[in-house]
Design a protein around this ligand. Structure first.
Ligand SMILES: [Fe+2]
Length: 345
């Protein structure tokens, strides 16, 4: 490959003249923005053990009242992007959120899409678009772009969940904002009941629902049962995985990020295809040894790690008796819509 001219090869007077006119020569930076074969990635393989987050999150509960936080969150920030950027990957934001008994995180809506994965605690709920979604460990709850949502807690112990948003992308697009609202009235009707059976959707007068997001809560009990059934039905198939979908369209549950649950059989080692999107792994049950390129992490329950795109990833469940259950988020819907999705080998 040709070595291209460097910035310092140019006379200072010429460089100054460019700068004064808001101009930049491309060739010194060309290889940086268009590297050969594999993209430049700032996303570093990074792991956030829950045990290292929880004490500081509980301390935040003592230091900062909910009124002063609105959302009491510690952001899982990737050092490769700089912590101040508050992003795990190019398009994924991760936050661990604490709600204490009796607290109320007021109603708002915003342009970035969010989901929650419940990590710990009972008796909290999220009201989304008038639907009261109970929060139980492992549940996935959507708060899509533009829908009102608020969090309440009737229990007697702290509740913690993992927030996954496409905030970095929407912020980068200069399209990120929020609106505060008043407390929502809870409406009857729950998507998780209406869409509880795969392949069957509710109809009224022979018409299908026209809500863009008809299902907001995906109970872990249903996902877990689906994975166990899949594993039993297809004993020779190495990957036991479900994708969280919009049950009316069959498409991804949200427009920008993809969400999945995966089961590793006892003792199983699984090599994932090398793909363009960055990924996040969150351990719901059991444990997983995750190898991401040259990095290696041991995920226990409630631990979270992220992986850059275009990277070899191997998952291993060391337990001889218990399955491992992972929640996975990735940027695949975004890559597919933009036409840059790739799978290599
Ligand atoms: Fe929100």
């Amino acid at each position: 490959m040709n070595d291209l001219g460097r910035l310092e090869d140019l006379p200072q007077g010429y460089r100054d003249a460019l700068t004064e006119r808001n101009l930049v020569p491309l060739w010194p930076s060309l290889r940086g923005v268009l590297p050969p074969t594999v993209p430049t990635r700032h996303t570093q393989p990074t792991c956030w053990p829950y045990a290292s987050i929880k004490p500081l999150l509980l301390q935040a509960g003592e230091l900062t009242p909910i009124e002063k936080a609105e959302r009491r969150v510690l952001v899982l920030a990737n050092p490769g992007h700089g912590l101040e950027k508050m992003q795990a990957s190019p398009a994924i934001y991760l936050g661990m959120q604490l709600l204490l008994p009796g607290e109320w995180a007021p109603s708002h809506r915003h342009t970035p899409n969010a989901v929650r994965v419940i990590v710990e605690g009972e008796s909290a709920y999220t009201t989304v678009d008038g639907e009261k979604c109970v929060m139980q460990r492992g549940d996935l709850i959507l708060t899509p772009s533009g829908l009102w949502h608020e969090h309440g807690h009737d229990g007697d112990a702290p509740v913690v969940w993992l927030d996954v948003l496409d905030l970095p992308l929407v912020y980068y697009m200069e399209a990120s904002y929020h609106i505060n609202g008043s407390r929502q009235a809870v409406q009857p009707g729950r998507g998780e009941v209406a869409y509880a059976q795969g392949g069957m959707v509710p109809t009224v007068d022979f018409e299908r629902a026209d809500k863009p997001y008809p299902m907001l809560r995906y109970p872990w009990a249903q996902a877990r049962a689906a994975l166990l059934a899949l594993a039993a039905d297809r004993p020779d198939q190495p990957m036991v995985q479900i994708t969280y979908t919009n049950p009316e369209t069959g498409g991804d549950a949200q427009n920008i990020l993809g969400f999945y649950a995966q089961m590793l059989r006892p003792g199983q080692t699984l090599t994932l295809p090398v793909r363009s999107p960055a990924m996040v792994f969150h351990q719901i049950e059991g444990g997983t040894a995750v190898a991401i390129g040259d990095a290696a992490f041991q995920l226990g329950e409630a631990d979270t790690c992220c992986a850059p795109g275009y990277t070899a990833i191997t998952l291993r469940n060391a337990s001889a008796t218990a399955p491992s259950f992972l929640f996975i988020a990735d940027e695949a819907p975004l890559h597919r819509k933009l036409g840059v999705y790739e799978r290599r080998g």
